[in-house]
Design a protein around this ligand. Structure first.
Ligand SMILES: NC(=O)c1ccc[n+]([C@@H]2O[C@H](COP(=O)([O-])OP(=O)(O)OC[C@H]3O[C@@H](n4cnc5c(N)ncnc54)[C@H](O)[C@@H]3O)[C@@H](O)[C@H]2O)c1
Length: 259
């Protein structure tokens, strides 16, 4: 196959959860620019629809659907809506994240709420979307975890800022779980033509306080945080035929911070 064809997402129906969030926007944009038909699903339908409208004006094939990842009925409804409106699913980017827990010592209820969405809801969603992909003849699942699922927090990044020096434990727990769940899922999909991979990004530039940026970027060999384009190529690789023999992998994308 020609290399341009290998990287093309033409005729691929792609779901990105949390597609109007910080990394989600970059992922949706990249997959749509590579000619995919991209559905973005999240709780906040008006933000989602405004983002979709923005991309449609640029001629991209993007659609919005509602999803509450913590609600099994909403997950079922999303599956039915994709079947009805699009007839298939080829790529699932598991990107949404709820952040109900703020600090190390936040109430345990906030940890439980995080697990409800980021663990229980996520596995429910993965099972339903996997069933759709299998019924569509196979495809690719890309889990978005974090470098924080691979390493402990570096508290020195917050020195001299008013940002919390007490990162919440739930985020480290569920992202680490997602990395190994990727390996589990890849093995469970043996013989079904479904590849399952994970991307563990580093911090995305989002106008963080100057002192934080200084603390963080001096440790990164590339000297900067991730920008909005950095994740696009990796997503297209993993979603397309160009990544056809990459399976069960976790790719750290942190500019060399943890090298
Ligand atoms: N932003 C970063 O610097 C960074 C760094 C490393 C990894 N990540 C990873 O990237 C992914 C996206 O993170 P982000 O920073 O873009 O997050 P974000 O907070 O900007 O966006 C999260 C998205 O998830 C959606 N969401 C939250 N709860 C939901 C629910 N119950 N049902 C459906 N959708 C729900 C939100 O509506 C939003 O669209 C996460 O997996 C995160 O771990 C982010």
């Amino acid at each position: 196959m020609h290399i341009k064809e290998l990287f093309s997402l033409k005729k691929k129906i792609i779901l990105v959860t949390g597609g109007a969030g910080n990394y989600g926007r970059c992922i949706v944009e990249g997959l749509a620019e590579a000619d995919g038909k991209v559905i973005t699903a999240s709780r906040n339908l008006s933000t989602n629809e405004a983002f979709v409208q923005e991309l449609k004006e640029r001629g991209l094939d993007v659609h919005a659907l509602p999803l509450d990842q913590g609600d099994p009925a909403s997950i079922k409804a999303l599956k039915i809506a994709i079947e009805k409106q699009f007839g298939a699913l080829h790529v699932f980017v598991n990107n949404a994240v709820a952040r109900p827990m703020a600090t190390y010592d936040a109430p345990m209820e906030t940890f439980a709420e995080s697990m409800r969405v980021n663990a229980t809801g996520m596995v429910d969603l993965m099972r339903e979307m996997t069933a759709l992909i299998v019924a569509s003849g196979g495809g690719s699942i890309v889990n978005i975890a974090s470098m924080m699922g691979m390493f402990g927090p570096d508290l020195s990044n917050y020195e001299g800022t008013s940002m919390t020096q007490s990162p919440p434990p739930d985020y480290y727990f569920h992202n680490a779980g997602l990395i190994n769940l990727t390996r589990y899922w890849a093995r469970m999909m043996a013989g079904k033509n479904v590849r399952v991979n994970c991307v563990s990004p580093g911090g995305l530039f989002n106008h963080q306080p100057e002192q934080f940026l200084k603390n963080y970027t001096k440790k990164v060999p590339l000297g900067r945080m991730a920008n909005n384009d950095d994740i696009k190529g990796l997503m297209v690789l993993l979603a397309s035929e160009a990544g056809a023999y990459i399976n069960g992998e976790n790719i750290l994308m942190d500019g060399g911070l943890n090298a």
